[in-house]
Design a protein around this ligand. Structure first.
Ligand SMILES: [Zn+2]
Length: 71
């Protein structure tokens, strides 16, 4: 489990799930993240590829790879 280089992941570290509005850190991915269950159309990436940018866009931390959910 690690970064994915295919579209729509494009090798990014932080991946948002538009459906759950959670962000995942693929460099710290766990099987509980269930990244492969996220539909491609729900995957979003960030520019810049940072947790701060994900927070700015309203995403909450994934409980397993990041923790400290803000909800
Ligand atoms: Zn995660």
């Amino acid at each position: 489990m690690a970064r994915r280089y295919r579209y729509p992941f494009n090798g990014k570290r932080f991946i948002g799930n538009k459906n759950s509005m959670e962000v995942h850190d693929l460099d710290n991915e766990t099987k509980n993240c269930q990244i492969d269950e996220i539909k491609d159309e729900h995957v979003v990436t960030f520019i810049p590829d940072t947790l701060e940018e994900a927070h700015k866009q309203g995403f909450d931390n994934g409980a397993y790879c990041i923790g400290n959910s803000r909800r």
